[in-house]
Design a protein. Sequence first.
Length: 367
Amino acid sequence: MRSEEIIPLKIGELTAKRPIIQDGMGVGVSLSSLAGAVAAEGGIGVISTAQIGFYRPDFERNPLEANLKAIKEQIVLAREKAKGGIIGANIMVATRNYKEYVMAAVRAGVDFIISGAGLPKNLPEYVRESAVKIAPIVSSEKAAKVICRLWDRKHHCAREMVVIEGPRAGGHLGFSEKELEPFVRKDDSAIEQMTTDYGEDIRRIIRVCREYGEKYEKEIPVIVAGGIDTPEKARYAFSLGASGIQAATPFVATEECDAHKSFKEAYIKAKKEDVVILKSPVGMPGRGIKNTFLENVARGRRNEIHCKQCLEGCNPATIPYCITDALIRAVRGDVENGLVFCGANVDKIKRISTVREVIADILGVAV
């Protein structure tokens, strides 16, 4: 992909020189260092607000207060690094006190909010008095139609952007366990067929977005995510009608990533057979790297849970493990006894690089 083929990503009045978004990764994987570096290189950097205050001394005593303070701290720090670039926040709908997280990000001056792990039904209401752009995450035409219709009828608006996360994405996945069976069986031919078929799903979702964009006389850029790590894959996404791409896994093994060095090394050491589909307390399937922690979960071993009230509908008495504790252990470096989320192509990560190199490698241009 030549430099002249790269079209800047426009989201309302915002323009990213490079049409690439770094996905928000929690807990603590994408904070101000990574997000600020991506924005400074012309992409869009995204901070994950999931238990973002884990590093603060008051986190154990009052997780909500620590998280809300950390949202402001991290957005301000990212702005300082971004050189005028675009900074977003990823806020899970499943988060308890979701509205408070959104309002904290708005007050801190974030440019836009991406929201998944559920449908952000009331997000337009929360940002109405601000210039903050909003984007839901969807994985199916049905989900795209539901959120478009709901925002149209209830809030009389259309979204500024939509992110489509495909079956090769990392972290929590918007697919059923049945749909993900080819990955569980590691059936390469079925996986390739599923990936090919999903291209038609992307086209249908884009048509839905265009329909509502026309109604509100606005362009709704569509971002495609999930396993996009080469210029060829980026070019394919653009050929389907995408305005940009989103990547997560390649940005983890960078000097600028906020995670512990051992977390990054877990990506470098991971083999294809180490990637597994797991069950998350969030209520969605996820993708991660097989380790001692996941083996113990599979055996039914259960540690004592000290609930931090992070997720709506989470019952400490019934969940197999506390996802907050598992993710924090991993991001701090205990990758054998923590949960290490990853994308399907983590085995292709071979070294620690830089954000600049990752963007160049994915888009096929010098930056």
